[in-house]
Design a protein around this ligand. Structure first.
Ligand code: BGC
Length: 386
C-alpha cells in the first residue's frame, strides 16, 4: 500500500499540473482527495507519459460524463439489495452516468458473466456486491487490466488484486450491536438469567456473514462462559450456524429442528439472527412450535421487521441505510470521473492478497425505544411506526 500511495501522490501532483485538462476533470484540490492509486498499480511497472513524466500503466485519469457504470449485485432477495438497485439507477442517472445494473440470483458464474459483459460494454467503474467474496478474482483482474476501477459494495472482494476500495457498514461492529441488543432484550423481557439461546449466521460465501458472527461472539462468548447464556443445542461454530445463501426457509427448517430436538420441555429465550428475513423465519418457527416469542436480533431495518419491532414481535434490528451506502459509492465514482482517484480513507483491510481501502459507515441498532428518533429523517420507515 505504501508504495502505491507514494506513487499515487507523485502522479496526482504531476497530473494536476500537466495532464488533466482535457477529460472533464477539475484541478481543484479537494479536502478528501486521492492518496490511494488503483490497487493493481502496486504490481504494475511504471511507464513514460507523452510529456515525459513517470506514470503507471493505470494512473488516475478521469472520464467523461455519460460514461457507463456497471453495478453487479448478488441477488435481490433482501430489501437492501432491491433498494440498492433502485437507488443506484436514480443516483447515477441524476449524476449523468449510464448505469448497467444486474443482479446475479446468488449464482457465481452468472455474476462473472455479467461483469464480463460490463467490461465489454465499456464501463469505466464496476461496483460489485459479490455472491461469493472469493470467486471473482479472475474477472475483476481482467477489469483492472482494462483500466476499469472496481469498487466493492457492502461486501469485501477477497483474494484478488482487482479491487480499489470497498464501501460498507462495519460488519464486525454490526455483529457486536446485534449481540448487545440480544443481551439487553433478554434482561428486559425474560427476567433474570440464565437464558436459553440459539445462534444463527448468514450465508457462508458472503464475507460479511463470518464477520457479523465474529463480532456477535465477542460479546456473547463471555456470557456463555460465565453461565448467563446457554446454547442448548451446543451449536456455537459459524459453520454449524450458517444459513446457506441467506435462505430464510433454510433458517426456518433449522429452527424447527432445534426446537423439536432440544426444546420440547424448555423455553427458548433468545436467538441471534444475522438479518431480518432470518429473524422473521425464526420467530415464525417459534410461534408454530407453541413457544413464547424469544428475543431476536436482526439487520437491515426491512419494512416488515420495522413493523415487528414496533409491535414488539422482533426485539431489534440494525439499520444500515442503503441511500447512504449508494450515496458514498456515487461520491467515489464522481471523484474518479474528475480524475481525483479514490478518496482518502484511514481504514483498510487485508483481503488475503492486498490491503483494501475501506469506506466504512456506522450501523445503528434499532429497538422500539429509539425507532422514532432513529427514523426521524426516513419518512417511509417512520410511517411504519403506528
Ligand atoms: C448484507 C445484508 C443482507 C445480506 C443478505 C449481507 O451481505 O450486508 O444487509 O441482509 O447480505 O442479502
Amino acid at each position: 500500500m505504501k508504495k502505491a500511495k507514494i506513487l499515487s501522490l507523485v502522479l496526482t501532483t504531476a497530473m494536476s499540473i500537466a495532464t488533466l485538462t482535457g477529460c472533464g476533470a477539475s484541478n481543484d484540490a479537494e479536502a478528501n482527495k486521492i492518496t490511494t492509486a488503483p490497487a493493481s498499480t502496486e504490481n504494475k511497472e511504471s511507464k513514460e507519459t507523452p510529456s515525459g513524466e513517470a506514470q503507471s500503466s493505470e494512473t488516475t485519469v478521469g472520464f467523461e460524463e455519460g460514461t457507463t457504470i456497471g453495478i453487479s449485485l448478488p441477488w435481490l432477495g433482501t430489501q437492501n439489495w432491491k433498494e440498492a438497485e433502485t437507488m443506484f439507477k436514480e443516483q447515477l442517472e441524476t449524476a449523468g452516468y449510464k448505469p448497467i445494473i444486474q443482479a446475479a440470483d446468488q449464482k457465481v458464474p452468472q455474476q462473472q458473466q455479467q461483469i464480463e459483459s460490463m467490461i465489454e460494454n465499456g464501463a469505466k467503474v464496476i461496483v460489485v456486491g459479490p455472491v461469493d467474496g472469493s470467486q471473482l478474482g479472475t474477472v475483476l483482474e481482467q477489469a483492472k487490466d482494462a483500466g476499469i476501477y472496481v469498487i466493492g459494495y457492502d461486501r469485501l472482494l477477497e483474494n484478488t488484486t482487482g479491487v480499489d476500495g470497498v464501501v460498507q457498514f462495519g460488519s464486525v461492529k454490526t455483529g457486536e450491536l446485534q449481540a448487545q441488543a440480544l443481551l439487553d432484550g433478554l434482561a428486559k423481557e425474560k427476567g433474570a438469567g440464565p437464558y436459553n439461546i440459539e445462534l444463527f449466521g448468514g450465508g457462508p460465501a458472503d464475507p460479511n456473514a463470518p464477520n457479523f458472527f465474529k463480532g456477535a461472539m465477542s460479546v456473547l462468548q463471555p456470557k456463555i462462559d460465565d453461565g448467563t447464556l446457554t446454547v442448548v443445542s451446543g451449536q456455537k461454530e459459524f459453520t454449524q450456524c450458517a444459513t446457506v445463501d441467506w435462505d430464510n426457509s433454510k433458517a426456518q427448517s433449522r429452527m424447527d429442528s432445534l426446537l423439536s430436538g432440544f426444546y420440547s420441555d424448555k423455553e427458548i429465550h433468545g436467538v441471534l439472527s444475522p438479518n431480518d428475513g432470518i429473524a422473521r423465519a425464526i420467530i415464525t418457527s417459534c410461534e408454530n412450535a407453541g413457544q413464547k416469542i424469544p428475543v431476536v436480533s436482526g439487520l437491515d431495518a426491512e419494512n416488515e421487521s420495522v413493523e415487528w419491532v414496533w409491535s414488539g414481535k422482533q426485539y431489534s434490528t440494525v439499520a444500515k441505510p442503503t441511500d447512504a451506502l449508494v450515496g458514498k459509492t456515487v461520491e467515489i465514482i464522481k471523484s474518479l470521473q474528475r480524475g481525483d482517484g479514490m478518496p482518502q480513507t484511514d481504514v483498510s483491510t487485508n483481503n488475503g492478497v492486498i490491503d483494501v481501502p475501506i469506506y466504512e459507515l456506522p450501523p445503528v441498532v434499532i429497538t422500539k425505544e429509539n425507532a422514532k428518533e432513529a427514523f426521524a429523517n426516513d419518512p417511509a420507515r417512520l410511517a411504519l411506526l403506528k
